[in-house]
Write a protein that binds this ligand. Sequence first.
Ligand code: XMP
Length: 519
Amino acid sequence: MQFQTNKDKILIIDFGSQVTKLIARRIRELGVYSEIITTKKFNKLKDYNNIKGLIFSGGPSSVTATKFETVSKEIFKKKIPILGICYGLQLIAKLLGGKIKPSKKRREFGRAFLFKKKTSLLTKKYLNKRKAVWMSHEDAVVKLPKNFKMVASTKDSKLTIIENTQDKIYGVQFHPEVTHTDSGKQIFKNFLFLICKIKKNWNIISQQKILIEEIKKKVKKDKVICALSGGVDSSVVALLINKAIKKNLICIMVDTGLMRKDEFKYTYKIFKKKYNLNVKLINASNLFLNKLKNIHNPEKKRKIIGKMFIKVFEKESKKYKNLKFLAQGTLYPDIIESKSSTGSKTSKIKSHHNVGGLPKKMNLELVEPLKEFFKDEVRALGKSLGLVKNINFKHPFPGPGLGIRIVGNITPEKVKILQEADYIYINELIKNGLYKKIWQAYAALLPIKTVGVMGDSRTYENICLLRAVTSEDGMTADYFSFPKDFIDNISNKIINNVKGINRVVYDITSKPPSTIELE
Ligand code: XMP
């Protein structure tokens, strides 16, 4: 088992909670480096150097079942401070001799209120008044393990915060990592600085220098190629590597013809003129649109776009001699292992298109400078590198682009119509101060025409669907509730300005059951 870095860290053992990543984010927001590890890997861990604290996450297992996700009891002998969250708390109690019961009466989902029973380092500056916390549990600890004390309760659950100060083991039944818990960050703050006594060691700005030095050391005088899409990840990667090796970085922009209106031209200009990067724009739109003619199936479309992209990129890269590296904007969430140890396999919903398939075929070594970072950290890095706001705060955009936002058959006419509608929609969001409140927004075209009336004439044209969602990481999402005046105006703005659309609808589904994209 190799850690990402040899820094002092807080290690989070993932028992399969949906929100484990948030724990790591909260800790990093407090200036401390943290990593997530699966139970399987944790159980094989030999080197505990640099681990200043452990957090046991929540998870779907139940310690009242015959088989449940666990860790070796030996861990309690290492004298590393531990904080258990939800299932993590129940597991600690179980392993140390407490009692846990499944209980319909004690189960709590959603908001609950904490009552202080005892002062504790964990709740310092936190429990001075009644606090709302977010719960999601059916099992509850009903008898404390030896040497543990009760710190706080809720109406339905007595042992909501527990502690063993002697061995520095703490547990909370609620989720301090989610924003629905009032001031949950204070719990982490206390655990990190009062209990683990770890020092602040994580700061994005100072990370920039280290990253640049690491790139220099790895790449030396060789050449790096990078597929630049103009999204925040590839843009930050390009700026970072450029700072390290200048002209030895070759950026390729493949215009699939399925990009947003004018976006590629804008990105190209910014990187070429403002940042003076070695960037080449390849217009492959005819190639892509020809291959996509009469293709209706979403998966087929995705596969064609992905394959074509690799083909065009590969062909271009062959023009350069001495290429040794491929730069990718892989982020930390992309490499955190899924909860395979719980046996649950994520089923494939869509085949994602990215440049991940490239290195094996092209025999290039990877440079992935962002693989320790979360998206918000990448944006902080982007800011410190002087990345323009338009790019740094841009909503995510999928690799297959408008190809999966024109449901069914793609034609150049439909692309044009959609580009215009999307352009108006996004600009209106910006003008109305809504863009930053939304995680992702886009316009799409549905494959049906409906009747309308404009002037005194009948029309028979396309339906434009608008989507806007809030989300933390794209895994789950809620539709955004627009102010009424925005909804009232946007349809007219689009229909009056885009020929080919006579009806606008708003998608009010969350994910799940829907996905964010339509295909
Ligand atoms: P879904 O539609 O699966 O999307 O809910 C979740 C997030 O992933 C983006 N997405 C993609 N990103 N290549 C990408 O780089 C893809 O093929 C792809 N498909 C979906 C989507 O825009 C959303 O942010």
